[in-house]
Design a protein around this ligand. Sequence first.
Ligand code: ZN
Length: 450
Amino acid sequence: MPTLAVGVKDSPHALKSLEIYKTLIGMPTVAGRGKVPEMAAYLAREFREVGFKDEDINIIPMGETVGMIVRYKGDGTAAKKPILLLGHMDVVEALDKDWDRPPFELTQDDKYFYGRGTIDNKLGITMLSSTFIRLKKEGFMPNRDMFLAFTGDEETGMLTTKMLANERPELANAEYALNSDAGGGDLDANGKAIAYLVQAAEKTYVSFELTLRNKGGHSSRPRPDNAIYELSTALLNIRDYHFPVMWSDMTREFFKVSGTQLGGELGEAMTAFAADPTNKKASDRLETESSYVGTTRTTCVTTMLKAGHAENALPQSATATVNCRIFPGISVDDVKQTLAKVVKNAAIEIVTLDSPVESPISELRDDVMAAVKKAVHARYPKVEIIAYMESGGTDGMHFRKAGIPTWALPSVFMNPDEMFAHGLNERLPIKTFYDGLDHWSIILKDLTGK
Ligand SMILES: [Zn+2]
């Protein structure tokens, strides 16, 4: 286990970051507990203390939670639109009785920090906030405005996300957003860096309910028309349907880099796909890999079934839930219409569940990638930086949908096997906390410095 350089923990920035981290973990900002406003008020005090003006700190209430905007005013010399920095203040519920340690108290052993939010996403909120504080104290003057845009219900309704992404004129004008939530560096079991992932897109997450009704009857008098049999046939048709192969510059780059890194026969298929996405042999090969199929096309799979009402009755209805992850650029309605054709049974009703969010791919920008490279390579020289498409669910999708390209590029580097975000005993390697202290200031100085 590599150790920390002497003195790293004692700098004012390290001490302030740890103090903020500890305070935030101590606040159970779970939906329903009403603690997010307290957290925002605490952060506001920290910002005011180093000279952020009241008019540049904005806390916007929304039900029991809040969204928060902090403006780091630039001198405007770049004549460029602002950069947004995203994070979420809320966390997933955690119960004392289930955890080995108290979830809402920052604890540690010699290797890890423990507590709800140590990764998701109080690390991000901490690092972005302490970086703003540090830069302000250093007297750093950016050449354009930077805004912290912190949401307060990312894990649940995302109402604050929608509000920040769509209803705030000062944010709507942004050139792009950098998210502290999602993506990050992967380490192997020996602490060697494998790759750093930048989240550049999210597939549209949507579930459909397919229902077939029947007049039913007595099971001693079976007929060929039967809701369960007919729905089953429809589901097998969905299983056998292959959505068309899709790609973008970003996904081709993903396969190019991953293929070179992975090597072997699968790596070759990736490289071949990157060179020519119409290469059917390559896309067929990738379709057989559950980790990669989603980056080549829309996928739909049956996840739940509900049918019949008595063991001695013909079923009066059968309902299946089909969950889809839609490739950006394809609408939910397109997929619904495709399913309606594929099932080959006009009697099946298809209902879209919830309100899916469709968001475009954020194609990579050289300046942003160069800044990330600088920050990541300062810690792990030469590690490969790979943009990827996620299967949906972060604040980024609402900003992308609102026309603001968004990339997630957090300070975290860890072994994916140690990742317990949303789960029990969430933890962060202490080393990644301290190693990541300069991550955001390197990126922001590169993008907004003179
Ligand atoms: Zn998160």
